[in-house]
Design a protein around this ligand. Structure first.
Ligand code: FAD
Length: 307
């Protein structure tokens, strides 16, 4: 069996793999798609010490770094079940393969919930964005919309209002759901318009990039078009943890609950990155968390009795 088996090959999984392999222990990584969300990213300008890179380039660099170490990479492998079997764990893959390991690091990441309207796919990374920390500066001086009036949407709108020319916040419900203190801050900003009972129905573009957003006023049924350059979708980040329900503790949002060492509720199973309760879902944070979970797994191994 592996001493450390990592499930997920994004920045968290790659960092965990490099750290484990450098301890000289048998390390494997199984990933549905090596590179993770980084593969879907265009410009990356906040991975410290790398002023600018592109998603596929960073994903390649992650893989190269992992391959330079003694790590067994199992790409295009999706985990479906995790069980404890005596003194080790068994991870059952959808392919039917069963991988055994003394410790497991879960780094299956997350995905942004999409609006599911025409134009969204075409203009993703061409005006349709999901991460204000990542892409906010690209819209300096421009007009943007934020979709979603929960805490993330309102935080994004406040954040973006300091960078862009104008923000329109669009909420489907009749009122915002964000904390009162955030709503007060939002309403104090001169360059923010809030629309409630509004359903976004289409992303408009000129073939190259976003040029507008169509929404329906849910009270009157009328459709309106807002001219703008950017749309930040903030209607939820879904952790890839469905397969772990009932196996270990998940938060109400489905995130794997971890402590400060990356330990989950199942001793010997660690987790890192966007699939966990750790706040702020970012590449540099996921990588750091992966390193931490790996060191914790090593610590667990040297303390457990089996030689
Ligand atoms: P992920 O990158 O999500 O990787 C998860 C891995 O697990 C993948 O290999 C996946 O295939 C695998 N996996 C999932 N389920 C299973 C399963 N059941 N079995 C096996 N494998 C599985 N962050 C920044 O810091 N800067 C940016 O500029 C930036 N821009 C972004 C732009 C976009 C469009 C998106 C979507 C995200 C962006 N982010 C950015 C966020 C960043 O990509 C994530 O925070 C980061 O990738 C999280 O790393 P992770 O390793 O935790 O998870």
């Amino acid at each position: 069996p592996f001493e450390v088996l990592i499930v997920g090959g994004g920045p968290a999984g790659a960092a965990a793999a490099v750290y484990a392999a450098r301890k000289g222990i048998r390390t494997g990584v199984a990933a549905e798609r090596f590179g993770g969300q980084v593969m879907d990213t265009m410009g990356i300008e906040n991975f410290i010490s790398v002023p600018h890179t592109e998603g596929p380039k960073l994903a390649q660099a992650l893989e190269t770094h992992v391959r330079e170490n003694d790590v067994k990479i199992m790409n295009l492998q999706k985990a479906a079940e995790l069980n404890r079997e005596g003194d080790h764990f068994a991870v059952h893959m959808e392919s039917g393969a069963v991988l055994k390991a003394r410790t497991v690091i879960l780094s299956t990441g997350a995905r942004w919930r999409q609006m599911g309207v025409p134009g969204e796919d075409i203009y993703r990374n061409k005006g349709v964005a999901y991460c204000p920390h990542c892409d906010g500066p690209l819209f300096k001086g421009k007009r943007v919309a934020v979709i979603g009036g929960g805490n993330s949407g309102v935080e994004a709108a406040i954040d973006l209002a300091g960078i862009v020319k104008h923000v329109t916040l669009i909420e489907f419900d009749t009122k915002l759901r964000a904390d009162a203190v955030l709503q007060r801050k939002l309403h104090s900003l001169p360059n923010v318009t809030v629309l409630v009972s509004a359903r976004s129905t289409e992303v408009k573009g000129d073939g190259q990039k976003v040029s507008g957003l169509v929404y329906e006023n849910r009270v009157t049924g009328e459709h309106h078009t807002i001219e703008l350059e950017g749309i930040f979708v903030q209607i939820g980040l879904l952790p890839n943890t469905d397969w772990l329900k009932g196996t270990l503790d998940l938060s109400p949002r489905g995130e794997i609950v971890i402590d400060g060492h990356g330990q989950t509720s199942l001793p010997g199973v660690f987790a890192a990155g966007d699939c966990t309760t750790i706040p702020y879902k970012q590449i540099i944070i996921a990588a750091g968390e992966g390193a931490k979970a790996s060191l914790s797994a090593f610590d667990y191994l040297i303390r457990s009795s089996v030689p």
